[in-house]
Design a protein around this ligand. Structure first.
Ligand code: FAD
Ligand code: SF4
Length: 480
């Protein structure tokens, strides 16, 4: 080892936790990353250069104090490290698992710009929080004074959970309504268990309940309970209802048997796993040739789920090149390891069916990327380069758009043309909408995005709500 602590990276290469061997991992849905262990987590943390102006913190959407907690981990001070992680991130063990670190903190690590490879920030975050929770660590809320204020949160996805957590720290009661029977939003029903074990979300649920968060599940706002009622009953409302409108590629043949949209496909699989049931016939892919259309994280999840459902082949079609893929490079790598073939520079044109109305092939055309001086290079179809790909099953993963609830608009909340809820405009507080008592965050505000950005919004919304309610208390006191 080098004597100078700062230069440990010269001798110690970047190491991620070992993953389960491919032949075993594709037989089930367990998380594929192994446990880091204290020795490895400490040693890998010691690779940090402790840059004076850490870019990793800047690139992390919740601006975690990364070098500070890496130092604590290196010194074996796990509980202190977990406490510091939790200060900026209400869901650290979840972000440590699902953040595309190569595009965020680790992509910005100074060591990543060299041949040495970034510090394994995400894996350390995950291990430390898991370990601290295992050791019974919980935040100390004994000094928190209850304010008597109450907030309704609509949506138990990461935005709503982060908001609830931070409200409790401010002594504000948080009631979380969700139409699903379980918390987590896409953490539970979208992201497959091989990326995020559902037991991790359950542990977080117990943690939040201990903080005093109340979950009112199986309640769809607008159907089972009126939004106006919530506005009457609570001091403020946070809306974190996500983005669930499919981007429709309008491909001819999309109504054929065997053509699925990504989310129903993934949800059906997660739900039947939770019920411990075999796949429904439509999703039993044994012996089938599967084509996944789309190169984002959702596409990668569909690829890897199709492999586990026994597909004979899985081909992922993307219209640009590999470097332009929007998702995490790590997930592309895992898909490839597990047997997925990638076909880049192909634009799907139509889905072809057989005489029984079942999908049999996807017609694609080759593309080339053309730069017109504005934004990303655009794919242009190359005339005469059409071909057919065999496909018994086609999964469309073209992304999602916001799905703003009608009741928001009818209560005067302004939306952008895209359907995104506008927050923080014209002197409003961060995450405050055009209605002063309605706050919003997550995919409903940003469009389909990332867990960690939803967490950021929930956290910021809680701070704004606390600020607004404190101002109200002062105003009432002043009048009195
Ligand atoms: P959601 O997680 O969508 O939660 C919204 C909640 O609101 C849901 O529980 C819903 O039931 C509830 N709701 C909606 N309307 C109502 C109503 N009227 N009444 C009551 N409840 C309501 N991000 C990553 O960072 N890493 C990944 O690896 C990753 N993988 C993904 C894989 C898939 C398949 C998908 C679809 C997304 C993935 N994402 C990933 C994106 C990430 O999951 C989202 O950005 C994030 O979950 C958004 O959080 P949210 O709280 O805004 O919304
Ligand atoms: Fe990296 Fe995500 Fe953790 Fe931030 S929250 S440090 S981006 S893994």
């Amino acid at each position: 080892m080098s004597e100078h602590k700062l230069f440990q990276f010269l001798d110690l290469p970047r190491q991620t936790p070992r993953t389960v061997p491919v032949a075993i991992r594709v037989l089930g849905y367990g998380e594929i990353a192994g446990d880091f262990g204290e020795a490895n987590a400490g040693a890998q943390s010691g690779r940090c250069l402790d840059c004076g102006n850490p870019y990793c913190e800047h690139a992390c959407p919740v601006h975690n104090y990364i070098p500070n907690w890496l130092k604590l981990v290196e010194q074996g001070r796990i509980v202190e490290a977990a406490t510091l992680m939790y200060e900026t991130n209400p869901l650290p063990e979840i972000c440590g698992r699902v953040c595309p670190q190569d595009r965020l903190c680790e992509g910005a690590c100074t060591l990543e710009q060299t041949a040495f490879g970034s510090v394994t920030i995400g894996s350390v975050e995950r291990w430390v929080t898991d370990e601290a929770l295992r050791q019974g660590w919980r935040p100390d809320l004994s000094a928190v004074k209850e304010t008597g204020k109450r907030v309704a949160i609509i949506g138990a996805g990461p935005a709503g959970l982060a908001c609830a957590d931070r409200l409790r720290h401010a002594g504000i009661a948080a009631d979380v309504y969700d139409r699903q029977h379980e918390i987590g939003g896409l953490l539970t029903f979208g992201i497959p268990p091989f990326k995020l074990d559902k037991a991790v979300v359950q542990t977080r649920r117990a943690f939040l309940e201990q903080l005093g968060v109340r979950f009112l599940l199986g309640h769809e706002v607008g159907r089972d309970i009126e939004f106006g009622q919530l506005l009457d009953d609570y001091d403020a409302v946070f809306v974190g209802t996500g983005a669930y409108t499919y981007v429709d590629g309008k491909l001819p043949g999309r109504g054929l048997h065997g053509v699925h949209d990504a989310l129903p496909f993934l949800i059906a699989n997660t739900e039947r796993l939770l019920r411990d049931e075999p796949p429904a016939p439509a999703f039993d892919l044994r012996g089938k040739h599967v084509v996944v259309l789309g190169g984002g994280d959702t596409g990668m999840d569909c690829n890897r789920t199709a492999i586990r459902l026994g597909a004979a082949s899985v081909t992922c079609v993307y219209r640009r090149d590999e470097a332009s893929m929007p998702g995490s490079a790590r997930e592309v790598g895992y898909s490839r390891e597990e047997g997925v073939e990638f076909l880049f520079h192909r634009q799907p044109l139509e889905i072809l069916g057989d005489e029984h109305g079942r999908a049999r092939a996807v017609r694609v055309v080759r593309t080339e990327l053309v730069t017109d001086g504005h934004g990303r290079p655009r794919p242009h179809n190359v005339e005469g380069s059409e071909s057919e790909l065999r496909a018994d099953v086609v999964i469309q993963a073209f992304g999602f758009l916001p799905s703003p609830p009608d009741w928001l608009v009818s209560h005067g909340v302004k939306l952008a043309h895209s359907g995104r809820v506008i927050t923080g405009a014209d002197g409003a507080l961060p995450q405050q909408t055009s209605h002063p008592r309605i706050f919003a965050g997550g995919d409903g505000v940003r469009g389909a995005d990332l867990v960690v950005r939803a967490v950021h919004d929930g956290r910021e919304a809680a701070a704004s709500i606390a600020q607004m309610l404190a101002t109200q208390v002062e105003a009432v006191a002043a009048v009195a």
